[in-house]
Unconditional design. Sequence first.
Lengths: 242, 259
Amino acid sequence: MIWDWSAFFHYLHSPYLLTGAAVSLGLSMGAMLIGLVFGCCAAMMRMSERRWIRTPASIYVWLFRGTPVLVQLIIIYTGLPQLGIKLGVLASALIGLGVNEGAYLAEIIRSGIMAVPKGQFEAARAIGMTWGKTMRIVVMPQAMRIIIPPLGNAFNGLMKTSSLASVISMEELLRRTELLVQVQFKVLEIFIVAALYYLFLTTIWGFIQTRLEAYASRSVAQSPSARTSTPVAAVAIPSDAS
Amino acid sequence: MSATSEKREIVVEARGIHKHFGQTHVLKGVDLSVEKGEVVVIIGPSGGGKSTFLRTLNFLDKPESGVIKVAGMTMGQADGGTLSDAGLSRQRQQIGMVFQQFNLFSHMTALQNVMCGPIHVLKTPQAEAMADAKRLLALVGLADKENNYPGQLSGGQQQRVAIARALAMHPTVMLFDEPTSSLDPEMVAEVLQVMLDLSERGMTMVIVTHEVQFARKAADRILFMEDGRIIEEGRPEAIMGSPRNERTKQFLNMVLGEV
């Protein structure tokens, strides 16, 4: 028998693999949150007027984008104990994936913020908003429109990259798949099931991402003459100006 | 409303303002004092420092030297020294500003734009802020556009919303930075009319503009600024009728010649 359908269907609802998939999802979400915190901080720091604030953030982005995340994970889990820093599997995976992701998100967030016209910032300052309020109430909501699509893609990527945590013995989907294969020998069936789980996660996320993008650009969708709207949208929606 | 009884109260005072952008000396010691209810119009050729000077008044551009006092506060200065970001923001609440590019918050409707400052900065209750915002939108003739996003409004309408947004903070003084320069000609009048109404209500205003005819009508005083200095100032009829300075004369001939 080349392909064992009954084994395939058996593993398709295996609680062992399902739990692994749930761990993968949780790990990705946790790493994304850490990444967002690091990414936001680094993005703000890189836009500072002061060099001593800018430089550390630039080094961070350069370092973590310039080296493989797999190497970073192994250094954190296997290498750091040599310096007396002992992190558990979960902590290592979360920090490794999260901090690495933050370096990429920093660039996404920074470019989104820089795409908001300077006048928006000045107008907010002129009505007496502090820097923090200006960012929160005026700049970020507009930047989100630009940031969300690449951010969603980053999360899609992260769900797949999370499989690298298997090399530091994190029992997520891939690790569990490998463990199962070692005792059950249905290599192709089990790995196809794992692949389908990943596909399921990324597909669901794809739907959510579409919704998020629509929500973030709701004011643009209603404004035909906004500069950021596509020509097609501009033609499709009648002008309301009288 | 008559402001004559309080004519001597100084609302804006700038003394010895200097500013560089890189190597360029943009402001070379500018002085100005504006009385309560007074409308001061600054004219002059592009690149003369008019807009920069206006922007130093609310510290959007910080001057390198000189003192600016608005409504009794020394801008950017606390008792102990330099003012914090929060302190400077509090000072700016007293100063309304209208920009050449309108700069309405593009993700908010007209009403939300006007309510934004009172709610987030002054912590005005929602209902009160909304009532005030609606009143102000009616004042600028846009009561029926409150739910439109900036992208759905014409330039003139956007600029009138921007004026309402600044007024919502109940500022002591209003600054206008070339408010009609990016408008189509047919929309200039509606914005100037709103500004004229404001001046008649006794609002203290400092206006940078190229609309010399408007300056003649609305200004209590006209300043001619060139090369980072105020070269000539006086009442509109004096400046327009018989400018003393040769450069002012040339400039006015050029501008008025086109009209």
